[in-house]
Design a protein around this ligand. Structure first.
Ligand SMILES: Cc1ncc(COP(=O)(O)O)c(C=O)c1O
Length: 440
């Protein structure tokens, strides 16, 4: 095996740093296989233990992945800021990103021109009182158990803060499989172990979850709607079943990631019932107000939120009040409410059009909620490549999966209803599909 990059060093920390440099510069890309421990040790004239120790430290920080079959590889999203952007050929429609349609986000200029910014000083209340009231009302309207509310920098920031506040290196966390790849990578970077639980269009499969919980996990992380990548969403029946399952594990920390909020297109159900000892729910505005207004409302039990806020004060301190005021002004505007409702309808129309058009070619796809549609395929790489030739960029499913079967993810946020037909025809023409049911 020949690498484009020469790993150097004679001590474990030098070897690890050399690998990190290679990754940072883009010379060791995601998925690149590193030499076996003995081979590298022999080239560097060091003890195999030294190389093993370098690999281990990078694994624990989520930079490398070890998998018996494939050896040691560079993580898909290493916990390092890699300074190489992936470029799409000109003229390709990008349906791979997972974000909202900029045309469906509220107009920021209209809000900022009305704003009278009030900058905060040290020692003043950290959060905007109006924004906290809005969050409280929003949660109450959705029947979400009332707990203290923290303002954090987005859904992922909220999830990370809760994990850091409550878990320790080596703890096991039950996650949806397929699931959001950044959550998988975040868990690795925190030294936590993801335990996959399959799901269908209504969310986690209760009997599988029960089995996993019985084997012992510290926390459960789930997406109640707009599940990424499958578009699954809880309904009333599944919510009741999952509540019954988690009730039998009173010490389990249950974290819900409602990253898409009102543009998910399905109601807000929650597995967390009032009185649960350890729980958290985070609702972000990224998908409905815009990713650059990355603010999220985090609620949960008193101890979890207390720890999160205590830790927040030691580092970032608080989320800028200028940002909080913009979000509060947007959230309370009548115009925004109807605009967000229209965006949810537009995403629903786009999801349904794509699923319908694919079905007309005999292709089964999933996407009940949110911005993505998940299409099981026999071969992910071949599918992604052939669609790219046809002018469509979609995301290969590999980074979203742990034990579930192959698929590709299509972000429908920018896919117009009128284009769904052409996409489905191109998909059908270029593929030999093996139909699988995810979560089975
Ligand atoms: C499941 C899930 N959680 C969290 C996020 C990120 O949300 P935020 O931008 O609020 O951190 C995403 C983004 O797509 C997501 O799919």
């Amino acid at each position: 095996m020949r690498l484009r990059y020469t790993i150097g060093g004679s001590r474990a920390n030098e070897i690890a740093a050399s690998i990190e440099h290679g990754i940072l510069r883009g010379d060791l890309p995601a998925g690149e296989r590193l030499p076996p421990v003995r081979a590298l040790a022999s080239r560097l004239h060091v003890n195999p233990q030294t190389v093993a120790s370098a690999y281990r430290s990078l694994r624990m920080r989520g930079v490398l992945i070890s998998d018996g079959r494939r050896g040691t590889t560079v993580a898909v999203q290493p916990a390092l800021a890699v300074r190489v952007a992936s470029m799409l050929p000109g003229g390709v429609r990008n349906l791979a990103e997972g974000g909202p349609d900029p045309a469906l986000l509220p107009d920021l200029e209209a809000v900022t021109s009305r704003l009278k910014p009030r900058g905060r000083m040290y020692g003043q209340p950290y959060n905007d009182a109006e924004l906290l009231r809005l969050a409280e009302r929003m949660f109450a309207a959705d029947g979400i158990a009332s707990g203290p509310i923290a303002i954090v920098g987005g859904a992922l920031d909220g999830v990370e803060r809760v994990l850091r506040a409550q878990l320790r290196v080596g703890d096991r966390v039950a996650v949806e499989d397929p699931g959001y790849h950044l959550v998988f990578d975040l868990l690795k970077a925190l030294g936590l172990n993801a335990v996959p639980v399959p799901l269908d269009e209504c969310g986690l499969l209760p009997e599988h979850l029960e089995r996993v919980l019985r084997r012992g996990v510290e926390a459960l992380l789930l997406t109640p709607r707009a599940q990424n990548p499958t578009g699954s969403a809880l309904d009333r029946t599944r919510t009741a079943e999952l509540r019954r399952v988690v009730k039998a594990f009173p010490d389990l920390l249950v974290i819900e990631d409602d990253h898409a909020g009102p543009v998910a297109g399905t109601p807000a159900f929650t597995v967390n019932e009032p009185g649960r000892t350890r729980w958290a729910l985070v609702r972000s505005v990224s998908k409905w107000l815009g990713p650059d207004l990355r603010v999220a409302f985090l609620t949960g039990d008193e101890l979890t939120i207390g720890r999160v806020e205590g830790w927040q004060r030691l580092g970032a301190g608080w989320v800028s009040n200028l940002l909080q005021q913009i979000v509060a002004t947007l959230c309370s505007g009548e115009g925004t409410i109807s605009q967000v409702a229209d965006a949810a309808k537009a995403y629903q129309a786009r999801r349904e059009a794509l699923i319908r058009e694919l079905a007309s070619h005999g292709i089964k796809a999933f996407g009940k909620s949110g911005l993505n549609v998940w299409i099981p395929v026999a071969e992910e790489v071949a599918t992604v490549r052939s669609l790219l030739h046809a002018g469509w960029a979609v995301a290969g499913g590999e980074r979203f999966r742990i034990a579930s079967p192959p698929a590709v993810r299509v972000t429908i946020s920018n896919l117009q209803v009128s284009e769904a037909n052409r996409f489905a025809a191109d998909f059908a023409r270029r593929l030999t599909l093996r139909q699988t049911v995810y979560g089975a």
